[in-house]
Design a protein around this ligand. Structure first.
Ligand code: UDP
Ligand code: MN
Length: 341
């Protein structure tokens, strides 16, 4: 694998070459916090079905957050029971994905084909594909009860803007479509593929993704935005986990609040001529620190194979595609920022 060639930043992503170390040299892992709920305790806020979770079956990992939200790992849920619960309620789950510019050619087809194999199988699904090239969207055959809407968007020059302005487009599509036709909504990056069950065990009011590169790091290495001028600023000691913006979701009402709040922060930053370190992801991390997610997904739900085999990861459900920045990200500018990457 590409393992040895990949560099990981010792300070948690972002930064210069001098601080980069090969990943295999980082042996010292932060122990995960333990779930403090006593056996049989009820999950908060959680619904009936979340109270069937067995958070004590995995003593090797963190299975709940201090505010009572469960963390979903293989072994903690009964897939059959979850499917039955949501089948009875005839749930519909939306999934937004952006494929703007080269991202359409490189990633979209694989994302959709594999979503048909693993995403919410047996339930109603609506894909919302946002693109600047509607007629190039691949015609992936969809199973029964699944449909795809193409949402035309304009193309912004900078990839950072494409990424950040997703928040605004998602908000608009919630008003126009999602609020009328789905109860839950997931928002995902396109540069990934499904390779294991990603099912209704993930549904909750607001859902955040534990970032696979950070789940064993000490929190001082979390790459939150540390610039006090940015709306996404978080001080040392603040924050719960480092969340990954490649996957988030919840009820459409909650997702609307998430994307509107993040967009507000992004807009404020633009007015002040600042940009958060990891763009929309920094704002999302700030949001989930202020508004705790009601469910957290373990790194199984957005795994990077470059991290190799880990003894607490039994299954990879959604996996990062190989980054192809030289192909997909057009060189639009040279700034001090791009100098480092
Ligand atoms: N994206 C896109 N076109 C672009 C830039 C971004 O479609 O020119 C979308 C795409 O869905 C992508 C997401 O925005 O997965 C986030 O960007 P990227 O995956 O490059 O960020 P990374 O995961 O590398 O931080
Ligand atoms: Mn991505």
């Amino acid at each position: 694998r590409v393992f040895n060639k990949r560099k990981i930043n010792f300070f948690g992503g972002g930064g210069g070459f001098l601080f980069s170390l090969p990943h295999r040299h980082i042996e010292r892992k932060a122990p995960m916090a333990k779930c403090n709920l006593s056996k049989g305790a009820r999950i908060r806020p959680g619904n009936d079905i979340d109270n069937t979770l067995d958070l004590w079956s995995r003593s090797d990992v963190q299975t709940c957050m201090p505010w009572g939200a469960p963390v979903i790992w293989e072994g903690t849920f009964d897939a059959r029971q979850y499917d039955e619960y949501y089948r009875k309620r005839n749930v519909t789950v939306g999934l937004t994905v952006f494929a703007v510019g080269k991202y359409l050619d490189v990633f979209l087809e694989t994302f959709l084909i594999t979503a048909e194999w693993y995403f919410m199988i047996g339930h109603n699904v609506i894909y919302y594909v946002f693109t600047d090239q509607p007629n190039k969207v691949p015609k992936v055959p969809l199973a029964n009860k699944r449909l795809l809407r193409i949402i035309p968007v304009s193309r912004h020059q900078r990839w950072q803007d494409v990424s950040m302005l997703r928040m605004k487009s998602i908000s608009e599509v919630i008003d126009i479509f999602v609020s009328r036709e789905a109860q839950y909504l997931f928002c995902m990056d396109v540069d990934q593929f499904f390779e294991g069950r990603f099912g209704v065990e993930t549904l909750s009011d607001s859902v955040a993704q534990m970032h696979s590169w950070f789940y064993h790091r000490f929190s001082i290495f979390y790459s939150y935005d540390r610039n006090p001028k940015s709306a996404a600023y978080m001080g040392l000691g603040e924050g719960d986990l480092y969340y990954h913006a490649a996957v988030f979701g919840g009820t459409w009402q909650k997702v609307k609040h998430i994307v509107d709040s993040c967009y507000q922060g992004i807009w404020t930053d633009k007015q002040n001529n600042v940009e958060a370190l990891w763009h929309d992801e920094s704002h999302l991390n700030k949001y989930f620190w202020l508004h705790k997610p009601s469910k957290v997904l373990s790194p199984e739900y957005c795994w990077d194979d470059v991290l190799g085999t880990q003894k607490d990861i039994f299954i990879s459900r959604l996996s990062w595609a190989k980054k192809q920045y030289e192909v997909v990200r057009e060189k639009t500018e040279k700034s001090w920022f791009s100098f480092f990457f």
